[in-house]
Design a protein around this ligand. Sequence first.
Ligand SMILES: [Zn+2]
Length: 346
Amino acid sequence: MCLAEITLFNRRSGEAERMILVDFKKALQGGALDQMIMSTLSVFEQKLYIYPTCLDVRSRSSTSELNKYAKTRAVSKTTLKKILSLPPNTPDPAIYIISGLLPIEAQIDTKSLILFNNICRQNNRSKEKQLAYRQLLIKPDNSNSWYIAIKKLLYKYDFSDIIQFLDNPPKKFEWKNIIQKKVDLYWIHKIIQNSRSYPTLTYLNCDIFLPRKIHPIIDLNNDNNPSKGALSIAIKLKLVTGTFMTQSKRASFTKSEYPLCKLCDDEDEDIEHLLLKCKVLEPIRSPFINQIEDNILKDASISFYKLSTNTQTQLIMDCTKLRHQNSDLLLNRKTEQLCELISRKH
Ligand SMILES: [Zn+2]
């Protein structure tokens, strides 16, 4: 039995202590877990319980286990998309960038590395530690050994030789901090890099991504009416993640549809037409543009209509991205917040 399985369900306090190996084996076979125990587990641990195999790093090699593991990852992504009211075809990097959450893989890696440190800090005569030394010495890199998996994990997160951690284990909290930094660094780089391969995310400021920090476009802290704000965010999220169905997009999928705007019949309906050009929408648009002019552009003494179309669209979609562009407009953080609120209500 994988050590991780035992440790996770053998917590020092609370009812979870009642969980024994037999229960965990039952869980692996899909049996139900004691309600009392379930209530003491964190959301993350519950997820691991529902798909316990994802925790067992050793067994990822077999195809069926890999499929189960892939399923776990898919579940967490779909759930996130549902929470954000986004369709399933939303690019994956977008949901992490917006929610500030890391993929479940990052959480599992962190837990595994923390468990490894627990073993490292044990007495040199402990069975787990002796097993670690022995397996690392004799097992080849393609082995299914848990310790070899950890060795690879350390390599993934840019750590050097695994043996040094067994010989001189870092203190618990020190190790937690180091891991968090390394894991964050790895995933920030990976997720931002990944986001660049999606042209539909052009308007979303992906470079702002920080783990555990939500993206400004869903930040409700400055909103006087958060419940109403949350409703308007849903549409904005679709626009900014490229999942909003404009007529020109619909026409590219369905032959019977035409890209022409159904409201004005003048032009193809794309994001720019919808936000800036459609004449029929002008009465709705102009009070909003006026608000932007009065509150945001006054200080910069520039008119909205003098800005390039790209800047105009970017200002409405996600104004924080203007920071990173060679834009004809620069906003300070305060005006960025205000601009976000106005464009959200629009
Ligand atoms: Zn139109």
